[in-house]
Design a protein around this ligand. Structure first.
Ligand SMILES: [Zn+2]
Ligand SMILES: [Zn+2]
Length: 140
């Protein structure tokens, strides 16, 4: 998403809406992937040499559970405020900051649900779907 300084008139703000392709942002990292485009709505104000941007980010994230390895989705939604020093600049691109924001929210360990039971260490069965036959062996 790019704001051009020449588009700003007086005190008026500029509103932009864009669907940024996940591939363009290079944000597919291991346990977290983005299947669809990242929706960004942003409003920008230019005051002398400062540009203030309020952006709303929305993206569908795809995860692999750390315990049971099942795939699941969740929606990322966040409002951010960005400031740029625009001295000598013709335009400002905010994609890198959007990318940073998406990566910042990335959890180290993701679970499909708080009480995920994971996989049986013996037979590999997904214990969320019910107890496996080894149950007797690892009873505590
Ligand atoms: Zn899980
Ligand atoms: Zn088992």
């Amino acid at each position: 998403m790019k704001f051009h300084m020449k588009d700003f008139r007086d005190d008026q703000s500029i509103l932009l809406e864009e669907e940024i392709e996940a591939g363009k942002l290079d944000i597919d990292i291991g346990v977290m992937r983005f299947s669809d485009a990242i929706l960004v709505k942003a409003q920008a104000w230019k005051i002398e040499q400062d540009l203030t941007i309020e952006a709303h980010i929305e993206a569908d994230r795809q995860f692999t559970c750390s315990l049971c390895l099942e795939e699941f989705h969740n929606v990322f939604e966040k409002d951010i405020t960005l400031h740029y020093d625009i001295k000598g600049l013709d335009s400002v691109t905010i994609d890198t900051d959007i990318r940073d924001e998406l990566l910042l929210e990335h959890p180290i360990r993701v679970l499909c649900r708080p009480d995920c039971r994971g996989l049986c260490a013996t037979c590999g069965a997904n214990l969320n779907e019910g107890a496996c036959k080894c149950k007797i062996n690892h009873k505590v």
